[in-house]
Each structure stands twice: as structure tokens, then as C-alpha cells.
Design a protein around this ligand. Sequence first.
Ligand SMILES: N[C@@H](CCC(=O)N[C@@H](CS)C(=O)NCC(=O)O)C(=O)O
Length: 229
Amino acid sequence: MIDLYYWPTPNGHKVTLFLEEAGLDYSIKPVNIGAGDQFKPEFLAIAPNNKMPAIVDHAPADGGAPQSVFESGAILLYLAEKTGRFLPTDSRGRVTALEWLFWQMAGLGPMSGQMGHFNVYAPEKIGYAIERYNAEVHRLHGVLDTRLAQSEYLAGADYGIADMASYPWIEVYTDLKPDYAAFPHLQRWHQAIGARPATQRAYALKQQVNPDAGKPISDAERKHLFGQK
Ligand SMILES: N[C@@H](CCC(=O)N[C@@H](CS)C(=O)NCC(=O)O)C(=O)O
């Protein structure tokens, strides 16, 4: 059994995408990041950066004590290695998957997060920041589109952890959709992943775990999320 410390955000969805695809037994431990659950000592003990997702695997492959993992990319890699699924086993395919996984973790995710912050959440609209992050995310979507023109999925012919990491960051903000007219391969890939039954099960957890998902954030939530020093 795996405990999943989760809140329905793009980084949280990455892990439910994997767990649902793999059919692993897991139990959700909600971490309400708007209410400050990420600062509780018991959560910090497994996720010292006060961000979800994190997991605790009670049946690790070495048969030892429960294994905790934080950082969504590390979790996806851990689960892929545990199950032997969603990561190519040949060395070149594995390198390709890791390239795109790390590209997502260091580029698409953080840049899309900043784009959302300055367009949606920032109390004052700073034109320079909005233009900077909109342009950078557009560029990253172009990088994805070029890759997906050559390859069905990011690491090759098969759906895998690099796709699971990137998919949740494509349509996060209702009014900030990618320019699909310019990026048809990105749209093809996004629709294909969205149609997978495991994706639909993963996203159904959103309303179940946070019935307020999609509503504007309150001042108290804003303080927990954006008032950290
Ligand atoms: N690099 C981390 C980022 C995780 C992350 O940013 N989580 C956000 C929600 S998507 C969070 O927990 N925020 C709470 C906070 O910043 O206090 C990962 O990929 O796991």
C-alpha cells in the first residue's frame, strides 16, 4: 500500500496519473495547501520543502522500512522503477525519458506556475512579468510540439512518466490555453492522454478531494500559499 500525500493540483495529478495507470493500491492523505497542512511537522518529516505531492511506500522493493519520496519527478521515477512500467528499459530510451522528465521539472512546470501566478493570482498585474512568462510558456509549448511531431509520446512510441509529468501543466488555467492552432501535435497528444480511462479516474479525484477546486482563492489561502518567507 502506498500513502499519497496529495492535493488536486498539476503536481498532484502527475502521481495519480501513474497510480491509476499502474493499478497500484494507494490511499490518499489530503494535504490542504490552502489551509496550511503542508507546514505540519508530520508532513515536513517526509516532505521538507513543504510542498506536495509525496508518497510513503509501505512495501518497498528491498523489503525494508517504509520508503518516503518527495518531489513529483522523483516519485514518478521511483514508481516506474518499482513497477517496471512507463519507463523504457533500453538505455537510450531511458535517457530520452529522463531528458523530458527533467525538462518538465525544471522548465515547463516552474514557468507555467509563474505564468499562472502573474496572470491569475498576483494582486497587481505586472505587464513585464505577464509578457515574460506567457512568451516563455509559449516557447516551451513549441518545444513540445516539435518533439511530438516526431514521436507519438515524449520518450517514443509508448506513454510514460515524462508524459505524465507534462500533461497536467498544459491546460491549468482556463483562460491560458496553449495556442493549439500553432501547435497541432501538442493538441493531438493532449487529447490522447485526456481520453485515457486512467486519466479520467485521476482527474475525477479533483472534486472528490477538494470540492472548492476552481473557486477564487481566499485571503487566508493566499497567505498560506504566497506569504511564505
Ligand atoms: N517541485 C515540486 C513542486 C511541488 C509544488 O509546487 N507543490 C505545490 C502545489 S502544485 C504546493 O504544495 N504548494 C504548497 C506551498 O508552496 O506551500 C514537485 O514537483 O513536487
